[in-house]
Write a protein that binds this ligand. Structure first.
Ligand SMILES: NC(=O)c1ccc[n+]([C@@H]2O[C@H](COP(=O)([O-])OP(=O)(O)OC[C@H]3O[C@@H](n4cnc5c(N)ncnc54)[C@H](O)[C@@H]3O)[C@@H](O)[C@H]2O)c1
Ligand SMILES: [Zn+2]
Length: 352
């Protein structure tokens, strides 16, 4: 049976919903609560119920979908519902949804009565290959993402690729960017195998390998003191582009679409500030543009973008901190780049 063992918890890949049923039976919880959003209640909860007919006694906490609801107000709503349902220290919260649900549910559970057990059943590609693994929980505040949160590990993660059938194609591509990232920073073979696959048919093997990589990185550095920062490749510029697009575009970029732009710009910086070759840069550009069509980056927005990067919590002394590729499959951290070079990398993207 395919299980990846993290420091303190298993990540299940085979018969995952049956494994969830087994986990529930074995642990004798006083109460079982599902956290869902409107869409996962509609598309995913019925699948869980059908797989676990013996599970009859549970309560459901439902929130509105979307990043704009990953905040303290919704969290208070979750805590109140937990109280109404008489959850105690021996209750279990099952987070059934994408990264918004796993992040916010993990945070709500890790703080309720000083912490109750929670498990993740991720239902988006992004949450399966990234958000559900590694123990970061959190919510946003005042437009700043994940600014309040904890490092708390789930008791287990149950990955069921079948949930992706109802997921919007754009969301699939968004999650697929994190698989590309895991190849770029850790596994050249994974990256090289990615060229001609259709993200909407993402094979479970890709999800498995991606989780294996994320898990290998986070178990070596659970609190992000060093190695874990390699997971930020593409995200310094990508996050700025994502926030800027959220504030200015009628149809804003999704996370993965924004970090795909970050991959290209930061690969360009990797040639200047690290040892990535021009040939490798060209290969990265061709793969990324194959999956993510060119976005109109406006030169007038460069100032706002660098401003957003300077506010990033990873910086030190007003300098912008990057994780850059030394070659495809290998990444190094704490590289500081000049503003002019960053603008040059944005111009490089524009010139493609
Ligand atoms: N903790 C971490 O390490 C970590 C890592 C990466 C991202 N994140 C967080 O993850 C979040 C993004 O996650 P996401 O992209 O999964 O977003 P999301 O949870 O908002 O899900 C995207 C959309 O898909 C819908 N959906 C979910 N599953 C579905 C399904 N099976 N069928 C149909 N619709 C479905 C949701 O209702 C939502 O509208 C961000 O808040 C980000 O900060 C956390
Ligand atoms: Zn990401």
């Amino acid at each position: 049976m395919r299980i990846i063992q993290s420091n303190t918890y298993p990540i299940h890949f085979e018969n995952s919903l049956q494994q969830l049923g087994r986990f529930i039976t074995e642990n004798h919880y006083s109460k079982i609560l599902f956290l869902v959003d409107t869409l996962t209640e509609k598309h995913c909860l019925p699948v869980v119920k059908a797989a676990l007919p013996e599970l009859k006694d549970f309560d459901i906490i439902e929130v509105d979908p979307g990043e704009e609801n990953k905040n303290i107000d919704f969290c208070i709503g979750i805590w109140k519902m937990m109280l109404d349902f008489k959850a105690d220290r021996n209750s279990l919260l099952i987070n059934l949804g994408g990264g918004v649900i796993t992040d916010m549910g993990g945070f709500a559970a890790s703080t309720f009565k000083r912490g109750i057990d929670f498990v993740h059943v991720p239902t988006t590609l992004l949450s399966q290959v990234d958000a559900s693994v590694g123990g970061k929980t959190g919510i946003d505040m005042d437009q700043v993402k994940n600014i309040i949160g904890t490092f708390t590990q789930p008791r287990a993660v149950f990955i069921e690729p079948g949930f992706l059938k109802t997921l919007d194609k754009r969301q699939i591509y968004s999650g697929f960017a994190e698989i590309i990232k895991h190849g770029l920073i850790y596994d050249a073979d994974l990256f090289n195998s990615i060229r001609d696959i259709q993200p909407e048919l993402t094979a479970p093997e890709y999800i498995y390998r991606s989780v294996e990589i994320k898990n290998e990185v986070v178990t070596q550095d659970p609190l992000e003191k060093g190695l874990r920062k390699i997971l930020n490749f593409g995200h310094t510029i990508g996050h700025a582009v994502e926030s800027h697009s959220l504030m200015n575009d009628r149809d804003p970029l999704l996370h993965g679409e924004a970090i795909a732009i970050g991959f290209i710009c930061e690969a360009y910086l990797s040639v200047r500030y690290s040892t990535l070759s021009e040939a490798e840069l060209a290969k990265i550009v061709s793969v990324v543009l194959h999956y993510y069509p060119k976005y109109q980056l406006n030169q007038a927005s460069f100032g706002a973008l660098t401003e957003l990067m300077l506010n990033d919590k990873k910086n030190a002394d007003g300098r912008i901190n990057f994780s850059l590729l030394s070659r495809i499959g290998e990444c190094s951290t704490d590289k500081f780049c000049e503003e002019t070079e960053i603008e040059e990398s944005l111009n490089y993207y524009r010139s493609l």
